[in-house]
Design a binder for this molecule. Structure first.
Ligand SMILES: O=C(O)c1cc(=O)[nH]c(=O)n1[C@@H]1O[C@H](COP(=O)(O)O)[C@@H](O)[C@H]1O
Length: 235
């Protein structure tokens, strides 16, 4: 990955999403379509943005029995997106099924598949108290990343806090895609494990995912460029 800055397009509909994109002119972007927008607009918007020349991350976080995930992944592969997600907590067999489904449904290249380890809105305390996971957050993320690697996926979604440990314990070329990005003066909102774009870069993230810091900025294009500069160390 060439240090992409992925914009989380968390909008209620196509109209508001496209209104946001107008300030970017003809710039080719890496856009993440999540549940909110996909459940409203479906595959048509994904196809429209692909045709417009954007790279697409379809983030539906599949998590079900292997047979269901395989069939769903086969459907998603036909959309020719660049990247998609599953939950690592679905287990190795489920992640393998996702990979098989993508391979069987793709016309040319199958989309890369990455696994969510622990959501960046999760804290260690919440993991222990609510999710009944006794391992430390860091060990759990490494363990799930190792499972994703065994299943043949291309990488994981994690916080940049954990990226160096994944590189060290799983594989230096296993992709770490990291949301939970905030500029130092931004509110963390519902995120618990946040870092700045510069810290994400220092910690070895391969791609950052940024939503509200850009989408809610007064000048989204300027904010996008500021974050990109910090992320790519272009001072
Ligand atoms: O899979 C994701 O993209 C994801 C995983 C995760 O652990 N945390 C996380 O925030 N995300 C997504 O990344 C985006 C972050 O948005 P902001 O917090 O607004 O920057 C949202 O679209 C989330 O769905």
């Amino acid at each position: 990955m060439n240090k992409p800055l992925i914009i989380a397009m968390d909008f209620k509909d196509k109209q508001s999403a496209n209104a946001f994109l107008t300030s970017f002119g003809n710039e080719k972007l890496f856009l993440k379509v999540g549940m909110e927008l996909f459940y409203r607009e479906g595959p048509a918007l994904v196809e429209e943005w692909k045709v417009a020349g954007h790279q697409l991350f379809l983030d539906l976080k599949l998590h079900d029995i292997p047979n269901t995930v395989k069939a769903a992944a086969r459907q998603l592969a036909s959309l020719q997106v660049d990247l998609m997600t599953v939950h690592a907590s679905g287990g190795i067999k489920m992640m393998e099924a996702a990979r098989e489904g993508l391979a069987s449904g793709a016309n040319n290249n199958s989309p890369d598949c990455i696994a969510v380890t622990q959501l960046t809105s999760t804290s260690e305390q919440m993991m222990k108290n609510e999710l009944a996971i006794d391992k430390s957050l860091q060990d759990t993320v490494i363990h799930y990343a190792d499972n994703a690697k065994q299943a043949g996926l291309q990488g994981v979604v994690c916080s940049a806090h954990e990226a160096p440990y994944i590189k060290q314990h799983v594989s230096s070329d296993f992709a770490c895609v990291t949301p939970g990005i905030r500029l130092s003066n931004n509110s963390a909102d519902d995120q618990k494990r946040v870092v700045t774009p510069g810290e994400a870069s220092e910690r070895g993230s391969d791609a950052i995912v940024v939503g509200r810091s850009i989408t809610r900025a007064d000048n989204p294009y300027q904010q996008y460029n500021e974050i990109k500069k910090q992320w790519r160390n272009e001072t």
